[in-house]
Write a protein that binds this ligand. Structure first.
Ligand code: AMP
Length: 191
């Protein structure tokens, strides 16, 4: 089983590239952001709890995210493999993910880290706000806060996966297809 972690700051193209990988390889896409957005559209307890954090561009607390993720993974015990998108975002989450996967004799195969300059990320997110309908794309100070949270907390995960020899960086600029072909070359070799 191949389990990929598609990693990068907000606006780096994780969701877009995950969709393309799913179409080709049949992975199960686990996007914590998508799960939270669905939860608050359907007004579940989880959605109501998460919304306040998301609107401010803050991270939802680890125990909430990890609990949700364990439940999500239990739903797909026969999967060919997962693409984790937007999770983990903290070291505590990464350790929890290792433990959850290990219970089924599984592990993260590779972290693919999309590298994009901050100026480009802001331009992309401001543009995405016009079509995404996402509450956290609408306000520049929330966008900047999300980028700060990435730098202060989430970026440290690069070292976590580097130490495990599971890190690879991919240039995240160019056309969607150009970026995808860089990623696809890497993923293809894993099979
Ligand atoms: P995303 O769609 O991945 O950009 O996530 C949107 C928002 O959902 C984030 O800014 C956080 O508020 C929340 N979120 C998503 N994934 C996580 C996570 N792994 N840990 C904490 N908060 C998360």
């Amino acid at each position: 089983m191949i389990n990929l972690l598609i990693f990068g700051p907000p606006g780096s193209g994780k969701g877009t590239q995950s969709e393309k990988l799913i179409n080709k390889y049949g992975f199960i896409h686990i996007s914590t952001g998508d799960i939270f957005r669905k939860a608050f559209r359907t007004k579940t307890k989880l959605g109501i709890e998460a919304r306040g954090y998301i609107e401010k561009g803050e991270l939802v607390p680890d125990h909430v995210v990890i609990g949700m993720m364990s439940e999500e993974l239990e739903k797909h015990t026969t999967s060919k493999g997962f693409i984790f998108d937007g999770f983990p975002r903290t070291t505590i989450q990464a350790e929890a993910l290792d433990r959850i996967l290990d219970k089924n004799n599984n592990e993260i195969t590779l972290m693919i880290s999309l590298e994009v300059e901050e100026k480009e990320l802001i331009t992309r997110l401001v543009k995405r706000a016009e079509i995404s309908g996402r509450c956290d794309d609408q306000n520049i100070s929330v966008i900047k806060n999300r980028l700060d949270v990435y730098k202060k907390t989430t970026q440290a995960l690069i070292d976590y996966y580097k130490e495990a020899n599971k890190y690879i960086a991919v240039e995240g600029t160019g056309s969607i297809d150009e970026i995808y072909s860089r990623i696809d070359k890497i993923v293809n070799k894993l099979f």
